[in-house]
Design a protein around this ligand. Structure first.
Ligand code: F6R
Ligand code: ZN
Length: 195
């Protein structure tokens, strides 16, 4: 971690930051229970533990005045009809936002609030997505051949809360239907008042 100002580069073809502190890798086995098609999940896992997504982080102190930033890369693929995606999370400090800038690929950001409001925004090169405070977020790669690459930035004190998403997933799923991406209801999702 640097003390003073710094700059670095994020460039084609691989978009790996010219400097970073952490390289996080998430494999199929890290997504247990997240995909609807459990049979395909188990079958694929038996063949090998594929790398689904990666995050390159620049470390900053985890305090409110800092801005954590880095690159996320979601690889192409599907489990059943559901595309490869991140686990998704709320920020532990719910009142913290995040901003994403898409560098490469095609995808969706699936979002929802604790009250059950939902939103799905498309992601393509040059698009800027603002995730307001209180919105859980998950990125989904809908391109069968290209990585989805995004730059992200969020408050240093935000933290990550994966627990509520792990329980039943997001309200909406992004699945392939007749060769195109479609947003459908998640049958495992229950409204907040009935949990
Ligand atoms: C940070 C953030 C992204 C994600 C990354 C991986 O708050 O939203 O950097 O951490 O896209 O997703 P998760 O953390 O859900 O596995
Ligand atoms: Zn986040």
């Amino acid at each position: 971690m640097k003390d003073g100002p710094y700059s670095f580069e994020i460039k084609k073809p691989n978009y790996i930051p010219s400097q970073y502190d952490n390289h996080i890798t998430r494999h199929l086995s890290n997504m247990a229970g997240q995909y609807l098609d459990q049979d395909d999940f188990e079958n694929q896992l038996a063949e090998g533990d594929n790398l689904l997504y990666e995050v390159y982080e620049l470390k900053r102190p985890e305090v409110a005045g800092e801005i954590l930033h880095g690159i996320s890369i979601v690889h192409p693929g599907k489990v059943g009809q559901e595309y490869y995606m991140t686990k998704g999370h709320y920020h532990t400090v719910l009142a913290t936002a995040e901003i994403y800038y898409t560098l490469q690929g095609q995808g969706y950001m699936v979002m929802e609030t604790p009250e059950g409001d939902w939103s799905v925004e498309s992601l393509s090169p040059g698009s800027v997505l603002y995730v307001p405070p209180r919105w859980a977020h998950r990125s989904v790669n809908i391109d069968p051949t290209q990585d989805l690459v995004m730059f992200f930035a969020y408050p240093g004190d935000a933290g990550h809360n994966y627990a509520s998403i792990e329980t039943q997933g997001f309200r909406k799923l992004v699945v392939e239907v007749d060769g195109s991406a479609a947003v459908v209801d998640n049958p495992r999702w229950a409204p907040p008042e009935s949990r």
